[in-house]
Write a protein that binds this ligand. Structure first.
Ligand SMILES: C[S@@+](CC[C@H](N)C(=O)[O-])C[C@H]1O[C@@H](n2cnc3c(N)ncnc32)[C@H](O)[C@@H]1O
Length: 244
């Protein structure tokens, strides 16, 4: 498992990651070609390189990767290109964006689903769906609602969060910063992956080595039971596209 721990000025970060992962340039070119010009919402270049490098660990036919928040599909494309044998699913509730993502990354075989993360989580619990990598980049204000996704990870799976960026950093995101700090301290699990620029803008990740490690630490059984007992509508779990 790659316990990446880097902090440097952005250009240096990228250089360090490219040294570890020379395939990055090819993957970025291809993702850019499919998705189009950069958007402000997407991950920064050096973060994309780190995400691709980390996803490449799961390049196996039995691996499943989930992204919460596709936007234009850039990070979803990076993960699929870095782990072409894995099944990659991304969630994008915004209709126009979702249609654009499907047009952009559908040819790669990425599944783009319409559910919000909270609905999709219930569905995964019900279906027993597990993942090897979950990249969380959806509604940052409600990121705490996505923390139970931790329980869907297979052994050695990676829970990776975008915008782990403290107040005062160049892309500050207090809700993610606070939620991840709480997660780490309540679980007693130090951050395994930390890629930060010199102002603190970061990606943070945790490997689930032991599946007895659950979130929330004292309430998981109750949470799963509550999810099971709620009524909700979910589309059937299908491979391929989930249409509106
Ligand atoms: C920051 S953008 C994602 C950028 C993308 N990961 C990239 O770097 O290419 C966040 C996206 O999450 C979507 N989103 C918001 N709330 C969500 C939720 N609850 N579940 C899934 N996606 C959500 C938004 O519509 C938005 O397009």
């Amino acid at each position: 498992m790659n316990n990446l721990q880097l902090r440097a000025e952005r250009a240096k970060l990228l250089k360090q990651i490219v040294e570890l992962y020379p395939e990055w340039k090819r993957i970025d070119n291809e993702a850019r070609r499919l998705v189009g010009p950069r958007s402000k919402r997407e991950v920064w270049l050096e973060q994309g390189a780190a995400i691709a490098y980390l996803a490449s660990q799961y390049d196996r036919p039995d691996a499943d990767i989930l992204e919460i928040g596709a936007c234009q599909g850039y990070s979803a494309a990076l993960m699929k290109l870095a782990a072409p044998q894995a099944t990659v699913t991304t969630l994008e509730p915004h209709g126009d964006r979702r249609r654009r993502v499907r047009a952009a990354v559908g040819s790669l075989g990425v599944t783009v689903r319409a559910e919000r993360s909270t609905i999709f989580l219930r569905y995964c619990v019900e279906e027993g769906q597990k993942y090897d990598l979950i990249f969380v980049d959806g509604d940052h204000a409600k990121v705490r609602d996505d923390l139970p996704y931790w329980n869907l990870l297979r052994p050695d799976g990676l829970f990776l969060h975008h915008d782990y960026s403290p107040p005062g950093s160049k892309r500050e995101c207090r809700p993610v910063w606070e939620a991840i700090n709480t997660f780490a301290s309540e679980l007693g699990h130090p951050i395994d992956v930390l890629v930060q620029d010199d102002s603190g803008v970061g990606l943070a990740g945790f490997y689930r080595h032991d599946i007895r490690e659950v979130w929330p630490p004292s309430q998981t059984t109750r949470t799963v039971q509550a999810l099971d007992s709620e009524t909700h509508e979910c589309a059937p779990m299908e491979k391929g596209f989930h249409h509106d």
